[in-house]
Write a protein that binds this ligand. Structure first.
Ligand code: CA
Length: 227
């Protein structure tokens, strides 16, 4: 049975665009154009995941989410405006699974949907909570990383970035997503900081051990693939 996605979004062009792309990917879709209607549909239990805009007529997205979480654990991805840091934080506090920032690349939204749906299953962890990729072992509990038994010294942000890429293997993560997850929602500073940390990671791992682990997806972001 196809995965059913509810799109709650009052901006017709965005809703239509997302709907067409999702259908192209094999998802079934339904739409609601205001918060009240969106809440009623989301509560129906007929959907596998909900894409929820925040700025909505009738009830805003955060209020929809607050009410929805009283009765339902359906995965919710918020669609937020670029500058609304508070919305993102409140949204995650209220039980959103994730968010994408408008304007978003459809590939990133599709990746976030796959991750949110996967989370319903067992967590992506190997070997007692350690993340393993070929000869690389990363232990989030101990904040340690080794390659073929050799310790790799990483700063906290390098470690967080590496763990994030490993946890989301085969999913291309955009620079904005990486920036917000690694540096925090309220990060103000150079936007190329992620590229800098990627360079450090490559020097400490890829170059040192002669492997090609972190791949660049031009114009989008970075990914670690399983192969
Ligand atoms: Ca809106």
């Amino acid at each position: 049975m196809a995965t059913r996605v509810l799109i709650v979004e009052d901006e017709e062009q965005i809703a239509r665009f997302v709907e067409l792309e999702l259908r192209h990917e094999g998802y079934e879709t339904d739409k609601a154009v205001d918060g009240r209607n969106g809440l009623t549909k989301a509560e129906s239990g007929e959907y596998d995941i909900v894409l929820l805009d925040i700025m909505l007529p009738e009830l805003n997205g955060l209020e929809v989410l607050r009410r929805l979480r009283k009765t339902s654990e359906v995965p919710v991805i918020l669609l937020t405006a670029r500058d609304s840091v508070m919305d993102k934080v409140s949204g995650l506090d209220l039980g959103a699974d994730d968010y994408v920032t408008k304007p978003f690349a459809i590939e990133e939204l599709l990746a976030r949907i796959r991750v949110a749906l996967k989370k319903k299953g067992p967590a992506v962890k190997d070997d007692g909570g350690k993340l393993v990729w070929h000869d690389l072992t990363v232990d989030p509990a101990a904040y340690s990383a080794t390659y073929d038994g050799i310790a790799i010294e990483l700063s906290k942000r390098e470690f967080d970035l590496l763990a994030l890429l490993l946890t989301n293997r085969n999913i291309v993560l955009g620079r904005d997503t990486l920036l917000q997850k690694v540096c925090g929602y309220d990060y103000v500073g150079e936007t190329n900081v992620i590229d800098v940390y990627i360079r450090y990671l490559r020097a400490k791992i890829d170059e040192r051990f002669g492997i090609h682990m972190i791949q660049t997806v031009r114009g989008v972001g970075y990914v670690i693939k399983d192969e």
